[in-house]
Design a protein around this ligand. Structure first.
Ligand SMILES: [Zn+2]
Length: 243
């Protein structure tokens, strides 16, 4: 369940991420009535089993629904709600309706489980960013310079969202829209890109270079989407206010 919008007096349009059919939009009738039996099962960040049928206008209608796994901590703690929204919004924006993508479904579900469970979900979210880019064909090139193709020296480099990877210092003069990336941040990005989640979580991510890593990934993702990620902007707002 990605998100929902109210429709008419008592209905609700749902955006569902499914294992079998990718992203689906479906109409849940009457769920906003007090006595609706479906209502409790149709909250964001919930793993549900749903039976759908085609309506007259060929839209999907939710006939039956039951909860398979709920994550109450996702809605009880604001920071988790924001992090979960970031994940589901990206899963939503990077998928096409009715095209199967089981790996993305699994990644999204696993990331929600990690955010719900872990006190520090930063590694889980950066791992999600990098895997999402892999699964959608936007894996950034972090091993060699995207301009000259040479292997990178262990010095600070540049990142280009336009080229989708690292630009070495000797090529940086001829390029625009570059941002610097420290050797340490590059090392963590590479490690997360090439390891499974238990390894990435064990490595952690040092506090002093978290912002750099997050900025590079979210700016690259945003430029891939060619628009701002709403919940990411919201996340920055909340953080600014809490300092
Ligand atoms: Zn180069």
């Amino acid at each position: 369940m990605l998100h929902h919008t109210n429709y008419g007096e008592a209905d609700r349009f749902l955006r569902l991420l499914t294992a079998e059919r990718g992203k689906i939009s479906a109409l849940a009738r009457g769920v906003r009535r007090m006595n609706s039996r479906k209502a409790g099962h149709l909250e964001p960040f919930t793993l549900i089993s749903a039976q759908l049928s085609k309506g007259h206008g060929s839209e999907w209608i939710v006939d039956q629904v039951s909860t398979m796994e709920a994550f109450p901590s996702m809605t009880e703690v604001l920071s988790r709600t924001i992090q979960g929204s970031y994940v589901t919004e990206l899963a939503d924006r990077f998928t096409v309706e009715e095209i199967e993508n089981r790996q993305l479904f699994r990644l999204t579900l696993e990331t929600i489980r990690r955010i719900a469970r872990m006190d520090d979900s930063f590694p889980a979210i950066r791992f999600f960013d990098l895997r999402l880019l892999d699964l959608t064909g936007y894996r950034p090139q972090l091993q060699q310079c995207v301009v000259c193709g040479k292997s990178l020296e262990p010095v600070n480099q540049y990142f280009s969202s336009i080229f989708g990877g690292i630009v070495c210092p000797s090529c940086s003069g001829s390029q625009t829209f570059l941002r610097t990336i420290s050797v340490r941040t590059l090392k963590f990005l590479r490690y997360y890109q090439n390891h499974n989640f238990p390894d990435a979580a064990a490595a952690g991510w040092p506090q002093d270079i978290r912002k750099e890593g997050e900025d590079i990934l979210t700016q690259y993702i945003a430029s891939m989407l060619e628009r701002k990620i709403n919940s990411q902007e919201f996340l920055s707002h909340v953080r600014d206010e809490s300092i």
